[in-house]
Design a protein around this ligand. Structure first.
Ligand SMILES: Cc1cc2nc3c(=O)[nH]c(=O)nc-3n(C[C@H](O)[C@H](O)[C@H](O)COP(=O)(O)OP(=O)(O)OC[C@H]3O[C@@H](n4cnc5c(N)ncnc54)[C@H](O)[C@@H]3O)c2cc1C
Length: 456
């Protein structure tokens, strides 16, 4: 009897899961393993919103495995040590795992390979699991990644994609490997009230609903803040309860401009992943530095805190920041606006904002978060790095009725449409009666400071 370990990381699904399929195919019996890596807690990345969603994912995965004759083995500790221990207990010849892109994942892979090989076992790493197209698959000659999205996307579209795999029908489990209790959401403290349900079953339901009644309108409505007309699949993509390759294939099959626009966003996801894979230090360091001397000191700290709390005095910025706290999620247009406001208007280091996002986002993801923050701060791959978004004009454009602002900023619930993005124009007395904060900064002053800092 041969045995293999299928190590789940950011691929918490049974369908279209190449490491699981390969483990089940090459060995007589399988240990489906998830390690609660204490290194992630120690690095401060175990945000409660993601831990709650993760608990749902593991519970659902365990159910699915039990239906197929196995169950999820959960262990807590240092990941390499735990995997080696389980491989030894199961006498597994191979460990199958998905390739991933961060520096953390690269180091994990290297250490795991060395430790397994020294015990006479083999690590098998599978591409195109976390992304639809693997990092490094599309590279101009002599380069290790592509730095501009449009040409990347053209090549991405031409890249042959594999057909999505079904879930294994039966999985024969290795006998006698013990598991900790699968974590439960109810035991997670400090979770935002609006965090959605995690797990492959919930993800598939959401995706089916999206194909039926969301995707066709996506191209026209994705920027409408109040309409909430995006897929909200990002947490499922982050934890891999849905496969990006399958999403691309099924959206393409459905066809139409909405589906094409949606697929383009999935390509953005792959794009950022390939940048991080080639430049892992850009999770902290500027991708293209402007030698910014970001504001620090007491006033900048106070302003960053007002931004975190959704009390900047700019309604659409505050609405988005409050949505983040309540739901652990924020609309993409909101993310762009609050990112520009922090990094450019307030001229506070993008890392301060990225950290706050990672503390709250259910989809908080090193590749997507850090690369998008850098894009917005103009230190990343944006070809117009000094663009500054004006929250008032953007608010009027993407929330013309003020419905998004009223939903998240109760102080402005009864303000007429004319003033909802500029409540300070109501007049002193009426404005004071709202109990809504004064503007932190004049937009013109913020713009001048930023341009001066960037030498523009
Ligand atoms: C400052 C900032 C920080 C961000 N942080 C994250 C993050 O931590 N995790 C994350 O998944 N996304 C992040 N994004 C990208 C984007 O805002 C979210 O992916 C999107 O809002 C998720 O909502 P949705 O699933 O409804 O997206 P949809 O519009 O339905 O798009 C479908 C999918 O495409 C991908 N996608 C969409 N836009 C982008 C993008 N700009 N970059 C990369 N992938 C994209 C996502 O996986 C998304 O689920 C960030 C954007 C900005 C500007």
């Amino acid at each position: 009897m041969t045995a293999a370990v299928a190590l789940f990381t950011r691929d918490l699904r049974l369908r279209d899961n190449p490491p699981l399929r390969a483990a089940a195919k090459t060995a007589d019996s399988v240990v489906p393993l998830f390690v609660r890596d204490t290194g992630i807690d120690a690095a401060g990345y175990a945000a409660p919103n993601r831990m709650a969603f993760l608990a749902d994912c593991l519970t659902d995965l365990d159910h699915g495995l039990r239906e197929r004759g196995a169950r999820l083995i959960v262990r807590t500790g240092e990941v390499v040590e735990q995997v080696c221990r389980v491989a030894h207990e199961a006498d597994a010849a191979e460990v199958h795992v998905a390739a991933d892109v961060s520096g953390f994942a690269a180091r994990r892979e290297e250490r795991l390979r060395a430790a397994l090989e020294s015990a006479g076992r083999r690590l098998c790493v599978h591409d195109r699991v976390v992304t639809a197209v693997a990092p490094g698959e599309i590279t101009p000659s002599g380069k290790d990644h592509m730095a501009v999205f449009t040409p990347y996307f053209r090549r991405w579209e031409d890249t042959h994609r594999r057909d999505p795999l079904g879930a294994p029908r039966r999985i024969r489990a290795v006998e006698g490997v013990t598991s900790e209790k699968v974590p439960s959401r109810t035991r997670t403290k400090g979770v935002s009230p609006g965090v959605p349900e995690g797990g492959e079953s919930a993800g598939r339901k959401r995706f089916a609903h999206w194909l039926r009644s969301g995707i066709d309108a996506y191209e026209d409505r994705h920027d409408d803040l109040a309409a909430d007309a995006t897929s909200r699949l990002s947490p499922h993509l982050h934890f891999g309860t849905l496969s990006p390759a399958e999403l691309v294939a099924r959206a393409r099959r459905q066809g139409g401009p909405g589906a094409e626009a949606f697929v383009r966003q999935l390509a953005w996801r792959d794009f950022h992943h390939q940048v991080l894979a080639a430049r892992p230090r850009t999770s902290r360091d500027d991708y293209r530095t402007h030698h910014d001397r970001w504001r620090t000191g007491e006033q900048a700290r106070r302003e960053a805190e007002a931004w975190r709390r959704g009390r900047t005095g700019y309604p659409v910025v505050d609405a988005a920041m409050r949505q983040l706290r309540h739901e652990g999620w924020m609309h993409n247009r909101g993310r762009l606006l609050v990112g520009s406001f922090l990094a450019k208007t307030l001229y506070v280091d993008w890392r301060v904002g990225a950290r706050h996002f990672l503390d709250h986002l259910v989809d908080g993801d090193i590749a997507n978060n850090q690369m998008n923050w850098q894009w917005m701060a103009g230190t990343g791959t944006d070809t117009r790095p000094n663009r500054v978004l004006n929250p008032t004009t953007q608010g009027k454009k993407y929330d013309p009725e003020g419905r998004y602002v009223r939903r998240w900023v109760p102080e402005l619930a009864d303000v007429p449409k004319r003033y909802v993005h500029e409540p300070w124009k109501l007049g002193e007395e009426q404005f004071a009666a709202l109990g809504y904060p004064e503007r932190l900064v004049d937009l013109g002053d913020g713009l001048d400071r930023f341009r001066h800092a960037r030498g523009k």
